[in-house]
Design a binder for this molecule. Structure first.
Ligand code: SF4
Length: 419
């Protein structure tokens, strides 16, 4: 089969062309199962052939270790390992495959993943594979890839619907009478949302219908179930590959998982640019864009809270409250990695009665060690009931070891509940 013409820009970067758009499969790592399934469907409805990578296992870590320097942070190592594993698997024609990576454009290493991927491709003799950056900061443009207004609006409302579905599923799955019913409902709603193009104008009405559907799932209340919060670096917190299927493990141990939504992170991204402008007097143009992003997602968060009001489901906390509660612990100028938001999520969970928390810490992530593990003692000084365990995720850590430490935390949780 004829290979697409390889076109490079002035800096020598291989571009993803219009011809490639028609013929190539684009691989993307799965960070958040519900959110990224929607992302994949939106891309495919807009003429791309996107495939979400859901592979797991030791081979991915080994590929990562082989292809990036061993002091690279663990999420980068996993994403690159997963890409390389897929390209070498024989499942994809490497002359018809591209890779896509999300870039935040912030000061953290996440902004450099893309260069590490290209380095790994070169090392493995697969330089013909183009790498696409998915970002809103205007980084690395490609003639064959454009975020159209329709795609962007579906992504944005898709995130809000996905947050609502994740929040409800986490609160229903552990109590459902018929195993699998909750997950089937999530999939049914994803199909419907794709059909109605993630309607923004119908958001209030659709959210209420989603909540009503979850209410109808037959369940058995269980006051003995331990509620466990998951916080940490964004990839490790959400990705089953990154955290060795932490949620599945906790649910198998009889817990209900409480995981903050992605909306908080997006409001946080908007907020820190506002804080930066006020402290360092940086570009005012960026301030306006950030204030718009922050305002929009705060409004959507309020809509979700409203849809859950008066039901048995726990709504997400309002962003401003989350921020206010963290101020006694650290400055809102902490913005690298998850910044102050990571500490804030722990404080918020504890203050709302969810004092058992797993703080997922990836190897090589200095920012999140400071605002995660580094803050636990300070939180405990104010909230002695906080039962937080920091779990390290790195290429050498075994799943058994991680799970044993979590079991220890759960036994203290049960003992505390008994008291
Ligand atoms: S936040 Fe930590 S793990 Fe995530 S990209 Fe930055 S350094 Fe790596």
């Amino acid at each position: 089969m004829r290979m697409a013409e390889l076109v490079y820009n002035e800096q020598g970067r291989l571009l993803f062309t219009e011809e490639m758009r028609r013929e190539y499969t684009i691989l993307i790592p799965n960070m958040l199962p519900i959110h990224f399934t929607m992302l994949e469907r939106i891309f495919n409805n807009h003429g791309y052939k996107v495939k979400l990578l859901t592979s797991m296992g030791r081979k991915i870590i080994d590929e990562g270790l082989e292809n990036v320097h061993n002091d690279t942070c663990y999420p980068a190592l996993l994403c690159i390992g997963q890409f390389m594993d897929a390209l070498k698997s024989g499942e994809y024609d490497i002359n018809k495959t591209a890779l896509m990576m999300i870039q935040t454009g912030g000061g953290c290493r996440a902004s450099n993943y893309i260069h590490l991927i290209r380095k790994a491709l070169k090392r493995c003799g697969m330089e013909q594979v183009p790498v696409i950056s998915l970002n809103l900061a205007g980084l690395e443009k490609n003639p064959g890839f454009k975020l159209t207004a329709s795609m962007l609006s579906q992504f944005i409302t898709g995130i809000c619907y996905a947050d609502l579905l994740m929040l409800l599923a986490n609160q229903v799955r552990p109590y459902e009478n018929n195993k699998g019913e909750c997950d089937r409902l999530v999939n049914k709603w994803i199909d419907h949302l794709v059909e109605i193009k993630f309607s923004y104008t119908a958001f209030d009405r659709i959210s209420s219908r989603i909540v009503e559907d979850f209410k109808k799932i037959p369940y058995t209340p269980d006051p003995d179930k331990v509620k466990v919060g998951i916080v940490g670096e964004i990839f490790i917190k959400y990705s089953p590959l990154g955290n060795n299927e932490l949620q599945k493990f906790l649910e198998s141990e009889g817990c209900e998982v409480c995981c903050p939504g992605l909306i908080d992170f997006l409001i946080f991204m908007g907020d820190h640019q506002i804080v930066e402008t006020s402290i360092y007097h940086t570009k005012y143009k960026k301030y306006i864009a950030s204030a718009t992003v922050k305002g929009f997602f705060k409004m959507m968060q309020n809509k979700i809270i409203k849809a859950l009001e008066g039901t048995r489901f726990r709504p997400p906390a309002r962003f401003e409250e989350t921020k206010k509660n963290v101020l006694p612990f650290l400055s809102p100028a902490n913005k690298m990695g998850e910044g102050w938001l990571l500490t804030a999520e722990m404080v918020e969970l504890v203050e709302n009665g969810i004092s058992n928390i797993v703080c997922a810490q990836p190897f090589g992530c200095l920012p999140n060690h400071i605002v995660g593990k580094g803050m636990i003692r300070k939180i405990r000084a104010v909230h002695p009931q906080a039962n937080i365990v920091a779990i390290d995720y790195d290429p050498g850590a075994t799943k058994v070891n991680q799970e044993n430490r979590i079991k220890l935390m759960l036994s203290s949780a049960k003992a505390n509940a008994g008291k």
